[in-house]
Design a protein around this ligand. Sequence first.
Ligand SMILES: [Zn+2]
Length: 298
Amino acid sequence: MKKYIIISFIISLLICSIKADLYAKSMLSQTDPENNPQLTMAGVSYDNQMRVAKFWARSQMENYKSPEELKAQDAREIRKGQVYSKLMQGNPKIKAVALTFDDGPHPAYTPKILAILKKYNIKATFFVIGKMVEQYPDLIKAEDTAGNLIGNHTYHHVNLNHVPLDEIALEWQACNDAVKTIIHKDMRYCRPPGGDYDVDVITAAMDSNLKTVLWTDDPGDYASPGDKVIQDRVLQRIGNGGIILLHDGVQQTLDVLPQIITSLQNRGFKFQTVEEMDKNLNGSPKSLKIKKHRKTNK
Ligand SMILES: [Zn+2]
């Protein structure tokens, strides 16, 4: 049994490496300076460009942490005395939930999500990607004008655990700048792609006055498992203070959103932005400054 686990682990590593290799090659052939600013360095050898492109490809692969994994990581941090400025769940005594939409804005989906939220008179939180924000500023304006909260989901949508130390802060800052140019507000909340974070990711966020928001409920909508599956996963597990991870850009999410909202409203849940939820928490975790642990850049 152990042998099979080791073999499947090696195979998945190989597949991941081949995928990164192919992706890196395709990125190099595109040499699109908009999407791959790191590839525009003049005078860099092909090998070195390939190395950077591979790193970039790996850092853009998003593997979502389950709510259980996030809770286990939180428990480990508490044992080590690391208490971060982060929001994992709202007040369990208040019958409210937060809908969060990651990875937008998206020209085909964001307006439809906004129309549904308006119809049911509720507000949500959008964790947006900086480079998408720059392409669709009107959608950010529309999200903000309707009273929704806009949160930071990095500029390039990278796995921050794989990004060099000095670039983590840049990822948070560049996304903040993109949004601030449009709505003239600093963001206060952020979400690392995939829920992947370490000491450096959270301390860089805290240095930029961002509180990290994770989730309690992940129906896996990004994999398009089917309308009914998404709906059941949300409705069967949800509780007070639930933070629901959804995505801007998934048709099934759009299809099932009205049913999710009406079912939760019928059960007496109120909808809050993560900021409203955070304000309802009495004595939220104290922010401690923790020494950065990455000695050198990867
Ligand atoms: Zn994401």
